[in-house]
Write a protein that binds this ligand. Structure first.
Ligand code: FAD
Ligand code: EPU
Length: 344
């Protein structure tokens, strides 16, 4: 494996920010990864495991080694006729949406609600990706990971991953300690469409799909909704939701609701989750463009939770904007927003 020096990361992050990596290498198997981890330049340097770069904000050059995951492979590893389930094993460098399409082609359901989420399979467990009424953990069976310190392979069951809302142990207690090399999901032979999320049924009706929808139909509806409000990183730099949706205590929510009767809220264990997009829009940020000319960066005009890079801004500019948004939401609503994007 070639260890390249001084490589631009612009093609490797969906914000399209032009920062440099001191070293850059790709690995296509767990063995190649181990060989790289043993090289002296890699062993002693700071390491960044890179998937599709769709949840990263680079605010400066990366003065260590970027290791790009290119482990491929999609297969049905076993099938259980009695439970009607199949285990699907995916190499961590496969595209997530590619895995969704593979499952649909194999007649397996369970991840169609997670259609079109950018990035790789290996990053999906890091924040337990979620959308439109489903999360990775709903179908997750186990993952395989290589320990950065020893090169040993370890299997993590769902219970060991500590999944929560946009959370896992790999972002907390085990941060930067493991490289996910494969993910195994447990999918269903029998379609079990999940249309709990209101917008899906509305969109199915809009698309003229009547009766019980197939997994393909649900996927089509989700793709349709996502395209209508989320910017395509190929056109406008972004990393999806920049912040997590905050979870408030019932008392705090009731207090805010008395001041802002149209504040939306969804019950969660121990409180109420409110859309950060609503708070950001109410604080006046939606559609903002900042910087010379028509603006280099700002807040998406169709989804206030998405920060956008039109070109010509730096990661520092975007972080500065994020900090101002956090401060204004804190001042107006006394609610603390936390970034979902990994800031480097
Ligand atoms: P990267 O950005 O490359 O990495 C993210 C983090 O994971 C980094 O800390 C990295 O070091 C670590 N990492 C990556 N791969 C590995 C590995 N193999 N082993 C160990 N650590 C690793 N997310 C959602 O949950 N729901 C959505 O609906 C959603 N919509 C989005 C829409 C858009 C338009 C965009 C741009 C992003 C969206 N995201 C969404 C965020 C993003 O797609 C996910 O977080 C995705 O899982 C990131 O994958 P990636 O391969 O690009 O990870
Ligand atoms: N809203 C506004 N203004 C906006 C946009 C939304 O007020 O500009 C309010 C509306 O009340 C709307 C509500 O926010 O009903 C929710 O909006 P939306 O359905 O677009 O979802 P979200 O809460 O903003 C979350 C995830 C997304 C995921 C969608 C769909 C987080 C941080 N974000 O967004 O995930 O795709 O739900 O399930 O949980 C991501 O993580 O990168 C991501 C895109």
């Amino acid at each position: 494996m070639v260890l390249e020096e001084n490589v631009s990361l612009r093609p490797y992050n969906t914000f399209g920010l032009d920062v440099q990596a001191r070293y850059f290498a790709r690995f296509a198997s767990a063995d190649e990864l181990r060989q790289l981890l043993r090289r002296p330049e890699v062993q002693h340097a700071e390491k960044l495991i890179l998937g599709g770069g769709s949840n990263l904000l680079f605010t400066q050059d990366f003065n260590g080694v970027v290791l790009k995951n290119e482990i491929r492979g999609l297969e049905i590893s076993s099938e259980d006729g009695e439970t009607g389930t199949a285990l699907v094993r995916a190499g961590a460098g496969e595209s997530w949406h590619g895995l969704v399409e593979y499952a649909l082609d194999q007649g397996l359901s369970g991840i169609e609600n997670l259609s079109l989420i950018p990035g790789t399979v290996g990053a999906a467990p890091l924040q337990n990706i979620g959308a439109y009424g489903a999360e990775l953990r709903d179908t997750f069976d186990h993952l395989e990971a290589v320990a950065i310190g020893t090169g040993e392979l370890r299997v993590f069951t769902a219970g060991e991953c500590g999944f929560g809302y946009r959370e896992s142990v790999f972002k907390n207690t085990l941060k930067n300690q493991f490289v996910v090399t494969a993910v195994v999901l447990c999918l269903h032979r029998q379609a079990q469409p999940n249309v709990r999320y209101g917008a899906i049924s509305e969109t199915l009706a809009e698309l003229g799909i009547e009766g019980e929808p197939t997994p393909h139909d649900v996927s089509r509806a989700v793709v349709h909704i996502r395209r209508s409000k989320l910017p395509d990183p190929a056109e406008v730099g972004n990393a999806g939701s920049f912040f997590k949706n905050p979870e408030l205590s019932q008392a705090k929510f009731d207090h805010l609701k008395s001041q802002y009767p149209d504040l939306p809220g969804y019950p969660v264990p121990g409180g109420v989750k409110v859309p950060a997009a609503w708070l950001i829009e109410r604080a006046g940020w939606k559609g903002l463009r900042r910087g010379p000319g028509a603006g280099t960066h700002g807040v998406h005009d169709r989804q206030a939770l998405v920060l956008v890079h039109h070109g010509g801004a730096s990661g520092h500019d975007l972080r500065q904007l994020a900090e101002e948004i956090i401060a204004s939401v804190r001042q107006q609503f006394a609610v603390e927003l936390h970034p979902e994007v990994n800031i480097l």
